[in-house]
Ligand binder design. Structure first.
Ligand SMILES: O=CC(=O)O
Length: 331
């Protein structure tokens, strides 16, 4: 379909973009663009989802998804035989059956690196908060206490600390850049050693933990990284060690982490993600050395603007047979 014809098309004639569930980001993408695309909303139809998908099976080429939406399973993909492109508004792809997309020749466009700086800011914020007791201090003052008059747990200097980054991708590199400026020593683990950085590489995550004061989890969730941070890794991090997670909750064995925190076997945690969101283990609420955040690291108006442009750019590219702006390699 010729790109410059969009403005002359209406309703059903516009290129279709399917949504399974409502999402505030989808609404942002849609604003000012409903003259270009027909946003087909399974959730707004009185039909059950499967029936709705069957009705549109022949014509839906593009599906819009998000990390917090329903997983894009083989079953959903099976109901959409004409699907050619999945656009996800997330950096993570753990909600997508990648093998099934590959088998069906469905291309994937993600949010790619546009969240990296904002997510890295939150990772560093959580690290500073846990190590310098910022949230705990806030509660202390609000409760009428002052440092000279009461017991106050001392924080820990940031400069000189060994920070082990798990996953040196777009987010991990931004975390490293920021913490270098704080005077930290950066170490990392990732699938492969990166030839372009001088940070010390640990092929084994347990070795990395044993050599780190802080672990910052920045990798994606997949079969290899699920529960990669297990009890052994946490014990290797040790009693003074702090863990920060801005990747996905299930990269850490959450039950073991909670036990380690409750027993004082690790020093603290700053968590933006959890294994069964929105569930947060209640044991963590009582711990002053734990800082909790509701999977919000990428949620800034700047990110939303960049995301809207990227999604629309990908849709326009797809419907005019141009290369996608942020195609994921899915081999
Ligand atoms: O968690 C958010 C994302 O994957 O972008």
């Amino acid at each position: 379909m010729a790109h410059n014809n969009h403005t002359h098309l209406h309703g059903q004639d516009l290129p279709k973009v399917l949504q399974l569930l409502p999402n505030p980001c989808f609404a942002l993408v849609e604003a000012n663009n409903s003259h270009k695309f027909h946003f087909l909303k399974a959730w707004a139809s009185p039909l059950p989802q499967d029936q709705f998908l069957e009705t549109h099976a022949g014509s839906v080429q593009v599906l819009l998804s998000s990390a917090i939406g329903p997983p894009i399973t083989a079953q959903i993909l099976h109901l959409l035989p004409s699907l050619k492109l999945l656009v996800t508004i997330s950096a993570g792809l753990d909600h997508v059956d990648l093998a099934e997309c590959r088998a069906r020749g469905v291309a994937i466009a993600s949010a790619s690196k546009i969240f990296a700086e904002d997510v890295a800011d939150v990772a560093v914020g959580l690290l500073l908060d846990v190590m310098r007791n910022i949230s705990a201090s806030d509660r202390f003052v609000r409760d009428g206490f002052w440092v000279s008059k009461c017991d106050f747990a001392l924080g820990s200097k940031i400069g000189g600390k060994r920070v082990g980054i798990v996953g040196l991708g777009n987010i991990g590199l931004e975390v490293a850049k920021r913490l270098e400026a704080f005077g930290c020593n950066i170490l990392y683990n990732s699938r492969k050693k990166k030839p372009f950085v001088s940070y010390h590489f640990f092929p084994d995550v347990c070795e990395l933990a044993a050599n780190s004061d802080v672990l910052v989890i920045c990798c994606g969730l997949n079969a290899q990284t699920h529960h990669m941070i297990n009890k052994k890794v946490l014990l290797a991090l040790g009693r003074e060690g702090v863990i920060v997670n801005v990747g996905r909750g299930a990269i850490i064995d959450e039950k073991e982490m909670v036990q380690c925190l409750v027993r004082g076997e690790i020093g603290g945690a700053g968590l933006d993600v959890f294994e069964n969101e929105p569930h947060v283990p209640k044991e963590l609420f009582a711990l002053d050395n734990v800082v909790l955040s509701p999977h919000q690291a990428a949620l800034t108006p700047e990110c939303f603007t960049a995301l809207r442009e990227l999604v629309i750019g990908n849709l326009e590219a797809f419907f005019s047979n141009k290369p996608l702006l942020s195609q994921v390699e899915n081999n």
